[in-house]
Ligand binder design. Structure first.
Ligand SMILES: NC(=O)c1ccc[n+]([C@@H]2O[C@H](COP(=O)([O-])OP(=O)(O)OC[C@H]3O[C@@H](n4cnc5c(N)ncnc54)[C@H](OP(=O)(O)O)[C@@H]3O)[C@@H](O)[C@H]2O)c1
Length: 299
């Protein structure tokens, strides 16, 4: 299906708003007031969508409280957790999760409703339940958030898939190289890119990272040097590298405080000034990023 919503280039990632997050965080979770301010700042910055999930702690409720105070049409992408394996319980659980998310988010329909456990989107009874929610006007599109190429390939075989969320960064080009993003876009699927900063790891001083990242240090140092040579910030480079991939509708980016959002705004504008030929140079610095450190679930 083709989504008619014009999603902003950046979607606010909201796991950071609901629970202490990140394997190597530098910021605490924002409190309620800070969260409300962040959501307002995001909207004012031109961000018109937020990505959350039933399992993101306080995230949905906090977004729901913000939505309750405004008529601004912030689009919601949320996700249902892994479902029980048998068909009847799976479909019932999906209805239950939908009701819980809807109550937390204040009753607005969801623009994007995604399987957090991607294999769930392949189940006929789950697809039927999602289609019923769609026909009833309770969701606009359904889709999946994936970690692997095979999850993405499988999801794209669902003919009316509306959205796909994939990890992509300078350190992780698997989905670009495999042609998944181009294939999804050709099908009219809305592609959300996440982990653009690899949970912030790409932006840190390499020496400040935990020992686990030691094999990545030469590569991260080379990246830092390359950015310095190009006269750009690491933030601009990380955004530029994903923003310029054809077929990506929006980058889901997590922030913990308004100052980070401000920095991203500035870096994003600077990224647009960059010479597109720099992209290959930046990618080249990251080709040796260790494959076993690309997926935060393995950290
Ligand atoms: N399976 C899934 O569906 C899934 C999995 C992961 C994430 N997500 C979604 O994707 C969103 C983004 O999460 P992610 O894991 O992909 O993280 P990310 O966007 O790659 O990185 C976000 C982290 O980068 C750091 N950061 C942000 N702005 C910065 C700035 N201006 N300067 C320096 N550091 C900055 C912050 O960490 P510190 O301040 O702590 O350094 C922030 O928490 C989540 O909120 C969630 O919505 C979905």
């Amino acid at each position: 299906m083709t989504d008619t919503f014009d999603v902003s280039r950046i979607t606010l990632g909201a796991v950071q708003l609901g629970l202490p997050y990140g394997a190597v965080p530098t910021s605490p979770m924002p409190n309620e007031v800070e969260t409300q301010d962040l959501l307002s700042a995001a909207w004012e910055a031109g961000i018109n969508a937020v990505d959350t999930a039933r399992t993101y702690g306080l995230s949905e409720e906090r977004i729901g409280r913000w939505l309750g105070k405004t008529t601004l049409p912030l689009a919601i992408a949320t996700k249902f957790p892994e479902l029980p394996a048998d068909a009847v319980s799976g479909a019932q659980a999906l209805r239950q999760y939908y009701a819980e998310s809807q109550a937390a988010l204040g009753g607005a329909p969801f623009r994007y409703y995604l399987a957090h456990h991607a294999p769930d989107i392949m189940r006929p009874e789950i697809q039927d339940t999602l289609r019923a929610l769609q026909s009833a006007g309770q969701i606009d599109c359904f889709g999946a958030s994936v970690y692997t190429l095979s999850e993405a390939e499988d999801a794209l075989s669902v003919p009316d898939l509306g959205a796909l969320q994939i990890p992509i960064s300078l350190a992780d080009q698997r989905f670009v190289d495999a042609g998944i993003i181009a294939a999804a876009a050709a099908q009219g699927v809305v592609v959300f890119a996440r982990s653009v900063f690899l949970q912030g790891v790409l932006l840190r001083e390499p020496a400040a990272l935990p020992a686990l990242f030691e094999p990545a240090l030469p590569c991260l140092s080379k990246f830092g040097q390359c950015c310095a040579d190009l006269g750009i910030s690491k933030l601009s480079a990380a955004l530029f590298a994903v923003d310029t991939v054809p077929g990506i509708a929006s980058m889901v980016i997590g922030v913990n405080r308004p100052s980070q959002l401000e920095e991203i705004k500035t870096a994003f504008l600077a990224a647009h000034e960059m010479d597109k030929t720099a992209i290959e140079t930046l990618r080249e610095t990251m080709t040796t990023f260790p494959a076993d450190l690309r997926d935060p679930r393995d950290w």
